[in-house]
Unconditional design. Structure first.
Length: 249
């Protein structure tokens, strides 16, 4: 399979997806959402694959959605389809977070079954500063850490490191930077010892609380904000490197 924005390889029961736009800090565009989903679907159909690992090239996991292609990365439904594919994946999806994971990158971490992160990793939802919000984060975050902590993270746009993310229950394990790849592989090896049917039942049983209707509602709200004057102002301010002047419309 040929891809433009990711690297995809398989070895010893592991399918590895590497986001490959390091010059853009692996910012997610429309093509990237589609290619990640295609790779996960391929891994799910391969009987030799027991788990899927996603990571980033360079110094970032993903800086989030590419602001220059926001409509392409969110507006065409590709992002929603990927998140649903990850949550519904027959094989466990493991994020190996090697740097910053902001916005859409943070949402991908939340959608994974297991998240292993480095101590120097950082996480944030900066979307409200643009006049929008993280739709998948709205759906997933409160169910993972509770409503109070979820509201705080989203309303303050605070940046937290790997240790704080682990303390809050956002990730599975934090490791030294030079141990990330080894621990990810060790995790896949542990999963290889589990019966495939048991893996499927564990995933579906734990994820029963994820209601796709709530995700659709969040996406509808996001569509309204994408057409707002505040989002236009927020985007222009981002590129102009100035503070936006929001008017609530």
């Amino acid at each position: 399979m040929g891809f433009m924005t990711i690297l995809y390889e398989k070895e010893e029961g592991m399918a590895k997806i590497t986001f490959n736009r390091p010059e853009k800090l692996n910012a997610l565009n429309g093509t990237m959402w589609k290619e990640i989903r295609s790779a996960i679907e391929d891994a799910n159909e391969d009987e030799k694959v027991v788990a899927i690992v996603i990571t980033g090239s360079g110094r970032a996991f993903s800086a989030g959605n590419d602001i220059s292609d926001f409509e392409g990365s969110i507006g065409d439904g590709s992002a929603e389809k990927l998140i649903q594919t990850m949550v519904g994946s027959k094989k466990p999806v493991i994020s190996a977070v090697n740097g910053l994971a902001f916005g859409g990158g943070f949402e991908l971490v939340l959608a994974c079954d297991i998240s292993i992160v480095t101590e120097s990793s950082s996480f944030s939802f900066p979307e409200p500063k643009l006049g929008i919000f993280p739709p998948f984060g709205i759906w997933l975050l409160p169910q993972i850490i509770g409503t109070k902590k979820a509201k705080y993270l989203m309303l303050t746009c605070d940046v937290i490191d790997g240790k704080e993310a682990e303390r809050q229950g956002l990730v599975s394990r934090v490791v030294p930077d030079n141990q990330l790849e080894n621990v990810a592989r060790e995790t896949v090896e542990k999963i290889r010892k589990i019966a495939p049917l048991a893996i499927g039942e564990i995933k579906s049983g734990i994820d029963r609380y994820l209601n796709s209707e709530e995700l659709s509602k969040a996406m509808s709200s996001m569509d309204r904000l994408l057409n707002s004057s505040d989002f236009k102002e927020g985007s222009e301010a981002f590129f102009d490197k100035r503070t936006p002047k929001f008017k609530g419309r």
